[in-house]
Ligand binder design. Sequence first.
Ligand code: ADP
Length: 625
Amino acid sequence: MQNTIKHTRKISSRIFNPYVEVDDIKLNPYTLSFGKDLESDFLKKYYQDSLWQVRSALILVTFLYGIFGLLDTLAVKEIQQAFFVIRFGFVIPFLATVFILSFFSFFQKLWQGLLLVAFLVAGLGITAMLVLTPENYVYYGGMMLVFFAGYFFIKLRFFYAAIAGWLTLIFYNLGAFLFSDVPSELIINNNFFYIAANIIGMIASYRIEYFTRRDFFQKNQLDITTAQIEEANKTLEQKVRARTEELLEAKERAEQSDKLKSAFLANMSHEIRTPMNGILGFAQLLRQSDDPEEQRDFLDIIDENGQHLLSLINDIIDLSKIEIGMLRLNPSEFGINELFDEVYDVFCNEDKIRDKRLKLTLRKELKNGEDIIFADRTRLKQIIMNLVGNAIKFTHEGFVELGYSVLDDELLFFVQDTGIGVEREKQAVIFDRFMQVTVNHHPTHHGSGLGLAISKAFVNLMGGEIWVDSTPGEGSVFYFTLPFQKGSKSEYKSNMEGDNEMEYNWQDKVILIAEDVTTNYLLIKTALKKTGVTTVWVKNGQEAVDIFKERDDIDLVLMDLRMPVKDGYAATREIRKQYPDLPVIAQTSYALVEDRQLSIDAGCSDYIAKPFNLEELLRKIASFL
Ligand code: ADP
C-alpha cells in the first residue's frame, strides 16, 4: 500500500509537480492526505493557522457582496427586487452565519464543508444574476472573483475548492441553458473563461497546499530529528560523565595500588634483608669461632633465619599465583585431628611459647577415624599454621587455643588468643593484599603482611569464608569455614607413620643422584652418609640415562627435574622404558607445585620438594627400599 502511494506519487509528481523533487514525503497525490497520524496533526495546525484568514475573508466577501449590490441599479427594476433577495436574503446571511459559527469549537470539524457550501452559495448567487441579466458584463467579472475567493482566499483546501468550482460551473450551464435565452455562443465563450479559471485555480491551490504540507512535513521531521539529537546528546553527556567518573576512579585505584606496591616492595626488601643479614653475619662468625657450643648456636640462628626466608619466598610465590589466578588445589583424604596434632606439636615446642608462658590448647570435636575429610591438606595446614603463628606473635600473656567444630555440612575452624587484638577499622583490611604496610607500623611486629591475604585466597578457593572477631586489648578469634567433604577411612593412610627418627641401614643399596647443582648433591650425599648407601652422581638427564648402560645395580633414583641437556621428565620417561619398576623420586623447587603431577605423569614414583627436610627425604627413600 505504502509502496503504491509512493509509486503513484512519483508518477503524479511528474504530472503535477515536474520541477520540484521532494522525496520521502509520504502522501496521497490526489487528495494530498498524509495518512493516519500526521494527517490529523496537519489538519489541526492548518485550521489554527487559517482561522484568522477565514474570518477576514468572510467579512471582506460579505462586504464586497453588499457593495457590489450598487451595480444592481443597472439592472431592470423587477429583477432588482430578485437580486436584493438573493444578496441579502441568501448569500450574505449564509456568509455571516459561517462567520459566527467560526467562533465555536465544533467549527473545526465542519469548516471545510461550510466553506464549500459558502463557495457554492456565492457561486449560485452570481450565477443567478448572470443568467437573469446576461447583458450585464460586470457580473462575468463577479463570477471570476467568486472563483478567486473560493480557490485562494477563504482557505478551502484544494480538494473541496475543486468540487465547489466545478459544481458552480455546472450550475451556471444548467441555469444558462434551461432558464434563460442567453445565446449559446456566449455561453460557450463564458465556459472558456470559467473552465480556464477552474483549471488554474485547481492547479494553483494544489501547489499551495502541497507546499504547505511539505513545510509541515519537513518541520515535523526536523522536530523529530532535533528531539533525537537532544536525546542522544543527553545520553552522550551522561555517558561521558559516567565514563569520566569511572576513569577517575580507575586512576585513583591505579595510583593507590602503585603506592601500595612501592610500599610493599620496600617492606619486602626489609623483610628479606633482615634474615639475610642474620644468615650471612652468623656464617662469618661461624668461620671465626672455635667453640663448638657457640658454633651450634650460630647454626641454629642460621637455620632459623633460613626457614624464615624460605617461608617468605613461599608466600611471595603463592601471592603471585593468586594474582595471576594460577592457584590450584591438590585435595586428598586425611584426618583433621592428625593435622591439628602436627600443628600443635610444632608450636608447643616453640621458644616463644615458653618465653611468654603462653598456654597452647587444642580442641578437636570429632573422634579419630571419624575425622577423615577430602581437602587440600598442605594448604589447610598452611592456613592454620599462619593463624596460630600470628596469634602467638601478637599475644604476650594468656592463652592461644586452636581447634575446629562441625556445623551441619560445614567445618568451622578457629584460632583464639588473648593478645593485642585488631582495631575495628583494621579488621576490614587485614585480609587485603599489601595492606599490612599501610596499617601496621608497629615497630616490634615484623611481617610481610601476606599471610592473611594468602589464607583468605586459599579459604575462598576451597569454598569457605574467613573472618575475625576481635576486641583491641582483649584478644581475637580468627574463624574460617570449609565445606565438610567426608573421606573414606579405607583409602586413608596415616601421615604420622614413620614420624619418629629412624636408623636406616642401606649398605647393600645404590642410589643414583641426578643433580646439576653441586651443593645440592653434597647435601644429599652427606644426609645419606650415615645409612651406608652407595651414591652415584650424574649431572644431567642424558648422563642419568647413559649410566644405565654401564651398570644395572641401581636401586633408586633421586631425579632433579630441571637439568641441562636433558631434563628430569625426559630422562625418567626413557629410564622407565627399560626399568618399569625402578623407584624414581623427583625433586624440584617448591615454587612449582604443579610439577608433582607432571613428574608423576612422566613416570616418577614419588616427589619431594626442595628445600627438603632431610628426615622426610630419608623416610621417602625408605618407603621404596
Ligand atoms: P603479618 O603477620 O606478616 O604482618 P598477616 O597477613 O598474617 O601478615 O597479618 C596482617 C596483620 O593483621 C598483622 O600485621 C596484624 O596487624 C594483624 N593480625 C593478624 N593476626 C593477629 C592477631 N592474632 N592479633 C592481632 N593482630 C593480628
